[in-house]
Design a protein around this ligand. Structure first.
Ligand code: C5P
Length: 210
C-alpha cells in the first residue's frame, strides 16, 4: 500500500524574521512514516520544519506554510491508498507579509490573521480522495466528543485523539496516550512510546477496506 503522511508544524511568515507556528516536534508523524515503511509500505512524508531525521527509504517533501502543505497534499494524494494527516497545521496566517522586517515603533502591534486552507477537510470533497483517511485531534477537553464531531465533518475512517492538557504526554514528549475514535466505537490505547502507537495505527489503517 502507499501511505501519504503529513507531519510537523507549519510556519506562517509575518516578515523575513518572524512567523506564527504551532507546538509540534513532528515525532508522531515521523514515527508513523517509519512504522509504515518498516511494514513494507511505500511512504510519502510531507513535513513542516522539524529537527528529526527522515526515516530511511521514505519519499520526503519539505514544506513551510499551510498553503505549501495543502498544495503538496493536493498534488500527491492521487498516489495514496491511505492518508494520515498528523501535521499541526497553523489555523491562521497573517493576511499581509511584510517584505521588510516590521519595526518595533509602537507599544502595541495588531496583526490581522486569516484562516489557512483546511487540508483534512478538503480530502474528500475537493481532492476526491476515496482511500482510507485518518485525522488527528489535539484537544484540551471533551476529547472524545470533539474527535467524533471531526470524524463526521471531515469524513475520516478514524480519528486519533489525544488530550494535550496533560504535560506527561503529547507535544514534545516521546510518549503519548491516545484514543482511536471510529464511527461506531472508541478504542483506548495505553500510554506508550510514539513508535509503538504508530505501529498500532498503521495496523488499523491497513485493515480498513473501503
Ligand atoms: O480541526 P483541527 O485542526 O483540530 O483538526 C486536526 C486535524 O486536521 C489533524 O489531522 C490536522 O493534521 C488536520 N488539519 C489539516 N489542515 C488544517 C488544520 C488541520 O489538515 N488547516
Amino acid at each position: 500500500m502507499k501511505f501519504l503522511i503529513t507531519a510537523g508544524p507549519t510556519r506562517e511568515a509575518l516578515d523575513p524574521a518572524r512567523y506564527i507556528t504551532n507546538r509540534s516536534s513532528g515525532r508522531m508523524g515521523y514515527a508513523l512514516a517509519g512504522a509504515a515503511k518498516h511494514d513494507g509500505h511505500e511512504v510519502i512524508l510531507i513535513s513542516g520544519p522539524t529537527a528529526l531525521d527522515v526515516p530511511a527509504g521514505v519519499d520526503f517533501i519539505h514544506v513551510e506554510s499551510a498553503q505549501e502543505m495543502y498544495e503538496a497534499v493536493r498534488d500527491m494524494v492521487k498516489y495514496a491508498d491511505v492518508a494520515i494527516l498528523c501535521a499541526a497545521v497553523a489555523d491562521y496566517r497573517p493576511v499581509a507579509y511584510s517584505e521588510q522586517k516590521i519595526k518595533k515603533d509602537g507599544e502595541r502591534l495588531i496583526i490581522e490573521l486569516e484562516r489557512t486552507p483546511d487540508i483534512l477537510g478538503s480530502m474528500r470533497d475537493v481532492f476526491g480522495f476515496t482511500g482510507t483517511l485518518i485525522g488527528f485531534a489535539a484537544e484540551t477537553q471533551n476529547v472524545e466528543d470533539y474527535a467524533r464531531g471531526k470524524l463526521e465533518r471531515k469524513k475520516c475512517d478514524f480519528i486519533v485523539a489525544n488530550d494535550v492538557s496533560r504535560s506527561d504526554i503529547g507535544f514534545d514528549s516521546r510518549e503519548n496516550e491516545v484514543a482511536l475514535v471510529f464511527p461506531d466505537h472508541t478504542e483506548y490505547l495505553e500510554k506508550d512510546t510514539k513508535e509503538h502507537i504508530a505501529m498500532h495505527i498503521i495496523e488499523h489503517a491497513t485493515i480498513i477496506r473501503r
